[in-house]
Design a protein around this ligand. Structure first.
Ligand code: PRP
Ligand code: ZN
Length: 300
């Protein structure tokens, strides 16, 4: 009997929030990392399907990503972390509560290395193997292309070399899987990334709703922090105004006095992608000893 069903009675009744994440795949490590950065102490899971969090009323279910939307829709889990692509494919009735900024990938047509596809029309009358028949069918219908779709649940990349399909339609992230199977990428069908989903029943459960809102605040603070950096520098007292104008900081920077009277220290939080743009301007304005530090959490 699987671990999940052995625990079932106790699991469903303990009042903990249930979050489903991918057991093994592109999203697994980043999903766990996000939860741990939120301060959750998650037991090591090895081969277990259900793991509890030591310091929060949260149980984590490890599932195949394809099963997550329906488990959430049917209230086996309250929440899930899964690719948007899987939600669209399963046409699941769930609410997207947050886009998570990781697991970015594209659903694409993949073709044998030696082939070329001139345009979308070239898919006419071809056979395409995929685990995403719903999304692919919609796409082909919109373009008025008739092609045969063969539904395969895993290892789709092998279909062309087995001679069962001309092309494939699968997720491409780094492209390593395509390459390994002597395929190359062709037309994009859909862009996707990881999202946090919730079911419609959560609204009616005040205790779980509170647990969820608290968890969401933590997740948002981690996501905010990821895009921000803490900058520190020393500067002459009389260039504070100029430096303040250069800094794209969310709030007014902190200015601290130093032992050397003519100098001050300036601290601020800035969007990390702007650091290199302002770095030389800061130096020109007299800033020295510029330090950029990571922020773990940022509650706005
Ligand atoms: C997807 C896809 C490929 C792989 C592509 O798998 O099916 O196998 O990612 O990534 P790459 O371009 O970086 O090599 P997913 O994580 O969705 O797992 P699953 O197909 O087993 O559900
Ligand atoms: Zn999958």
């Amino acid at each position: 009997m699987s671990g999940f069903f052995r625990f079932k009675g106790e699991f469903m009744a303990n009042g903990n929030l249930k979050l489903a994440i991918q057991k093994k795949g592109r999203l697994s490590d980043d999903s766990l990392r996000l939860l741990r950065t939120c301060g959750l102490e998650i037991e090591s899971y090895n081969e277990r399907l259900l793991v509890t969090t030591r310091n929060y009323k949260l149980d984590i279910l490890f599932l195949r990503d394809d099963d997550i939307p329906v488990y959430v829709q049917d209230n086996v889990a309250d929440l899930g972390i899964v690719g948007e692509n899987v939600i669209l494919e399963k046409e699941a009735d769930v609410i997207i509560s947050k886009t998570l900024g990781f697991g970015k990938c594209r659903l694409r047509i993949g073709i044998p290395e030696e082939d070329t596809l001139e345009n979308i029309e070239s898919l006419q009358n071809k056979t395409i193997a995929t685990s995403y028949p719903v999304i692919l069918r919609k796409f082909l219908d919109e373009k008025r292309i008739k092609a045969k779709i063969i539904q395969i649940s895993g290892s789709v990349e092998i279909a062309p070399s087995l001679g069962i399909a001309d092309y494939i339609c699968d997720l491409v992230s780094t492209g390593a899987t395509l390459k390994l199977n002597h395929l190359k990428k062709s037309f994009p069908i859909l862009d996707s990334e990881a999202v946090l989903i919730q079911n419609k029943f959560l609204e009616d459960n005040p205790e779980k709703k509170l647990l969820f809102e608290n968890l969401l605040t933590r997740i948002e603070s981690v996501l905010n922090a990821k895009n921000s950096k803490y900058i520190m520098m020393n500067a002459p007292q009389d260039s504070v105004e100029e430096i303040t104008n250069i800094l794209p900081s969310l709030k007014s920077p902190t200015v601290l006095s130093l032992a050397e009277k003519s100098m001050v220290a300036i601290h601020a939080v800035i969007p990390q992608d702007q650091f290199w743009e302002i770095n030389s301007d800061l130096k020109k304005a007299g800033a020295s000893g510029i330090l950029l530090l990571p922020i773990e959490n940022m509650v706005l």
